[in-house]
Design a protein around this ligand. Structure first.
Ligand SMILES: NC(=O)C1=CN([C@@H]2O[C@H](COP(=O)(O)OP(=O)(O)OC[C@H]3O[C@@H](n4cnc5c(N)ncnc54)[C@H](O)[C@@H]3O)[C@@H](O)[C@H]2O)[C@@H](O)CC1
Ligand SMILES: Nc1ncnc2c1ncn2[C@@H]1O[C@H](COP(=O)(O)OP(=O)(O)O)[C@@H](O)[C@H]1O
Ligand SMILES: [K+]
Length: 495
């Protein structure tokens, strides 16, 4: 099995770079390999002899650009370098790389980007330190206005490598070649939308070196959690595979719980029961077959049901209502120390999580699944959790603060554990943005926890499986479709 794919921040990448150089590989060798990988990609994107303009910045990203320019000119392409600033002011490896360039140099004011077959963006990479202004900003705008295909070196210039935010302006690339590992900006929005497909080139930095500097941020893929997936053996029966309980809303708000319940059953929870307010029993009963039903009158009802230790995972929140009763049900669930997924109204009912509650989250596996709006409300009293510009950092801090696994939804869902592990999801589809999609996600995660997956792995696997199901279906997806798509995704995963 492949190891999970690490994502390195610019800072971690610089440490990997330094460690590699310290152990005997000259920095210029790394730059040459990087530049050659860019040239390889450019060659595949351009007809023989085509016109290639390389916009080269003042640092090592520019150095990579000079190496690529030199290799492409040697291959017979019609290459010119458009430097940002004076080449004779470049330093270190970048100056060395630039000194190898004996071809055409065109000042930015005279560059005709619209006549290029390909533009190579080697302006700024991981060293971008502030918003683009002045000459740098003009050059980026000039390249964007030309509308020619752009190959980005490491990352599109103007993106913040760590947060994926745009620092003033950014170049839109059709392809990006990065080195050793992807950076957060390649997966987080809006950055991801500017990168095109991202190719990771091996420039000779060892996997051990990458692991040593890693802050435990991963791409959310099966490599991260496949080993935890339950596979029923011959002798197993439904009682070995957990019993998920999903709390239903009132008579006119029962659909959300059923979406979660059916998803929990499909993902493999041996049994699933809906805990329904007495007045909603009729409507729930009319719509349920394999999912079981129990009357449950508020927090006291939940307390009684949870006396049965077989209910080992619980979903609270979808359409439960925003009121004190919901808060009381959360308190009962937390006291009962079962695996717990809290979403929607179970989050919105709290202006701010009381310290009592989040102390309790540390006692049993808990997953909180807010979207950005719910996240802001939940932690409104904690600017330290809301302020960091990086979605990864915000999610991590909230996980550390609450002691729960935090799943911050979106097109770039981030999942973080209290111990610092975090993952960014990338296999989603905008078609998942449909009513009830989040309810289904809760059910999948609870169903996985019912079968014994730890909270972080359940949240990561649930997010990926939910996204894979939605992406496989595409246009016209409604939440009722999702549970029925799970068997296909599971079959591929367990093969
Ligand atoms: N870290 C590694 O392992 C390797 C890095 N390489 C390349 O090196 C790059 C990083 O190099 P650097 O650290 O030199 O950084 P960059 O080349 O990304 O940019 C730093 C330069 O830009 C200037 N600068 C930063 N923000 C600016 C702004 N807003 N406006 C104007 N100027 C600004 C800085 O003063 C500095 O001169 C990577 O992106 C990659 O392309 C490769 O050469 C291979 C190895
Ligand atoms: N553009 C998108 N790309 C990928 N996934 C998305 C996108 N928009 C929404 N999603 C996913 O769809 C789900 C929506 O959940 P949520 O906002 O709770 O919806 P609801 O409340 O209707 O159930 C989340 O898992 C979210 O990550
Ligand atoms: K770049």
């Amino acid at each position: 099995m492949a190891p999970p794919e690490l994502i390195l921040t610019p800072h971690e990448m610089a440490r990997a770079d330094t460690a590699t150089i310290a152990s005997g590989t000259p920095g210029l060798d790394l730059m040459r390999r990087a530049g050659r990988a860019v040239a390889d990609a450019a060659r595949r994107m351009t007809a023989p002899g085509g016109r290639i303009l390389v916009a080269a910045g003042p640092g090592n990203n520019g150095g990579d650009g000079f190496v690529a320019a030199t290799a492409l000119a040697a291959d017979g392409f019609d290459v010119a370098v458009v430097p940002l600033g004076r080449i004779d002011r470049m330093r270190g490896d970048a100056a060395e790389a630039a000194s190898g360039w004996h071809g055409e140099v065109v000042p930015a004011e005279e560059a005709r980007f619209h006549e290029a077959d390909l533009v190579i963006d080697a302006l700024f990479g991981t060293g971008l330190a502030r918003d683009l202004d002045g000459a740098a900003r003009s050059l980026v705008e000039q390249i964007d206005a030309a509308g020619r295909p752009v190959l980005a070196v490491d990352l599109p210039s103007g993106l913040d490598g760590e947060t994926g935010d745009v620092r003033g302006v950014v170049i839109k690339a059709v392809r990006t070649v990065t080195f050793a590992a992807r950076k957060p900006c390649h997966l987080l929005m809006p950055g991801r939308a500017y990168c095109g497909p991202v190719e990771v080139a091996d420039i000779g930095i060892l996997p051990e070196t990458l692991s040593a500097v890693s802050g435990q941020l991963f791409v959310n893929s099966p490599d991260l959690w496949r080993a935890h997936l339950p596979k029923p053996d011959l002798a197993s029966h439904k009682y070995d595979r957990g019993h998920t309980l999903v709390a239903s809303g009132g008579a006119t708000r029962t659909g959300a719980a059923r979406l979660a319940a059916v998803a929990a059953l499909r993902i493999g929870s041996g049994l699933v029961t809906i805990a329904s307010p007495p007045e909603a029993l009729g409507v729930n009963a009319a719509h349920l077959t394999a999912v079981m039903l129990r009357g449950c009158d508020g927090p006291e009802g939940l307390y009684h049901i949870l006396k049965d230790p077989r209910f080992n995972a619980l979903v609270l929140g979808p359409a439960l209502g925003i009121h004190a009763n919901t808060r009381a049900m959360v308190a009962v669930a937390v006291q009962a120390q079962r695996s717990l997924v809290l979403d929607a109204d179970a989050l919105t009912s709290f202006e701010d999580l009381s310290s009592e509650l989040h102390q309790a989250f540390r006692q049993a596996p808990t997953v909180l699944t807010p979207h950005e709006g719910e996240f802001k409300r939940l932690f409104s009293g904690h600017p330290d959790l809301l302020d960091p510009p990086s979605k990864v950092e915000r999610t991590r801090r909230a996980a550390a603060y609450t002691g729960a696994v935090l799943l911050l939804k979106g097109s770039d869902t981030v999942i973080a554990a209290p111990d610092g592990r975090a993952a960014i999801n990338e296999n989603g589809t905008p078609y998942l943005g449909t009513a009830g999609s989040g309810d289904t996600l809760c059910g999948i995660i609870a169903g996985l926890m019912a079968q014994g997956l730890p909270a972080f792995e359940a949240a990561c696997a649930g997010t990926w499986i939910h996204a894979e199901a939605g992406a496989g279906f595409g246009p016209g997806l409604i939440s009722e479709d999702l549970a029925g798509l799970l068997p296909g995704v599971l079959r591929d995963l367990l093969r």
